[in-house]
Design a protein around this ligand. Structure first.
Ligand SMILES: NC(=O)c1ccc[n+]([C@@H]2O[C@H](COP(=O)([O-])OP(=O)(O)OC[C@H]3O[C@@H](n4cnc5c(N)ncnc54)[C@H](OP(=O)(O)O)[C@@H]3O)[C@@H](O)[C@H]2O)c1
Length: 298
């Protein structure tokens, strides 16, 4: 059966809130480009924007939102607590809100389960980790400035630790993780579903210079359907049950990535993509002072 209006689909979070299925990614979207990209996306119908303090572009993302004319309350806006700010969550939130020029966030994520010493990015705090950070982030909910709280880059091992800690009162609404056919993480996705945590898939296209664009299986499906490889990748992710965050600063691609209504992938096509054996990860943990991925998510 053909999908009707998948672009207006939302997923229900464990808070009752609805997260729009397709969001614009903004990592590596440069100054001078990102504001226009956000504006173009909102004008094309996107209602979900993903940014992060670490991307250094929150201010321009906020400008793009305002330039679009789309009312704030119609937009699901996500930003993230940066690693060197784990001990200063209230101040980090304040800065992000000021940068974005908004008075609330729809979703505030802990960007990585890594509490980095701001004086030395190679060092992890000896007396603090992500469980402490979550305890402090939970308190931020009392400010009324965050509608939903979540995590990002949490594998099963770290989620288990977080959820089993007595200080954990709020089950994360979202775990934003790398998800594409080269990193499908089925065990992690199933674990999150069991715990009531919605998964959002980042790098859904395989990120910059994606090897997925040369994949013959995906190319054949795209050709047969007269669709782009990117559209097939996005619909595959949505049909797997996660929200997707395609990034582009090109208005035509922004529009094309949202042109997902009125066609579908068959079970057989989904299974073919599921069966692609090649694995790669865009965002590893080698740059962090601690290991956060343990190879147990697939
Ligand atoms: N939580 C985290 O730690 C984390 C980590 C990574 C990403 N993310 C989020 O997820 C978003 C998406 O991930 P990503 O930025 O890594 O990569 P992505 O969305 O998988 O791919 C983006 C790349 O694909 C290109 N592209 C986009 N649409 C295209 C199209 N229709 N045809 C051809 N090329 C196209 C973009 O170039 P152009 O811009 O030139 O079109 C860019 O080079 C990020 O922007 C960020 O918001 C979160």
């Amino acid at each position: 059966m053909a999908q009707t209006k998948i672009t207006s689909k939302t997923f229900k979070l464990n808070t009752g809130a609805e997260i729009p299925a397709i969001g614009l990614g903004t990592w590596q979207s440069k100054p001078g480009e990102v504001g226009r990209a956000v504006e173009a996306a909102l004008r094309a119908g996107y209602r979900h924007i993903d940014t992060a303090f670490a991307y250094g572009n929150e201010k321009e993302v906020g400008e793009g939102i305002r330039a679009s004319g789309v009312p704030r309350e119609e937009i699901f806006l996500t930003t993230k607590l940066d690693n060197p700010w784990h001990k200063r969550a209230p101040e980090a939130l304040k800065r992000s809100l000021e940068n974005l020029g908004v008075d609330y966030l729809d979703l505030y994520l802990m960007h990585w389960p890594s509490s980095t010493d701001p004086d030395d990015p190679k060092k992890h705090y000896p007396d603090w980790d992500f469980v402490d950070t979550w305890r402090e982030m939970q308190k931020l909910m009392e400010t009324g400035k965050i509608r939903n709280l979540g995590v990002s880059n949490f594998g099963i091992k770290n989620l288990e630790r977080l959820l089993n800690d007595p200080s954990c009162k709020i089950v994360p609404a979202v775990n934003q993780i790398e998800l594409h056919p080269g990193n499908p993480s089925p065990k992690l996705v199933a674990y999150c579903a069991e715990k009531g945590i919605h998964c959002t898939g980042y790098s859904p296209l395989g990120s910059s210079d994606s090897p997925l664009y040369k994949n013959e299986t995906i190319a054949a499906i795209a050709q047969a359907k007269n669709r782009t490889v990117q559209q097939v990748l996005l619909l595959w992710g949505l049909k797997k049950g996660w929200s997707v965050l395609p990034k582009s600063v090109n208005p035509d691609r922004i529009k094309a990535n949202f042109d997902l209504d009125g066609w579908d992938l068959t079970d057989e096509e989904m299974a073919k993509i599921d069966a692609i054996p090649d694995r790669f990860k865009v965002c590893g943990d080698a740059w962090l002072p601690i290991k956060v991925f343990f190879g147990d998510d697939e």
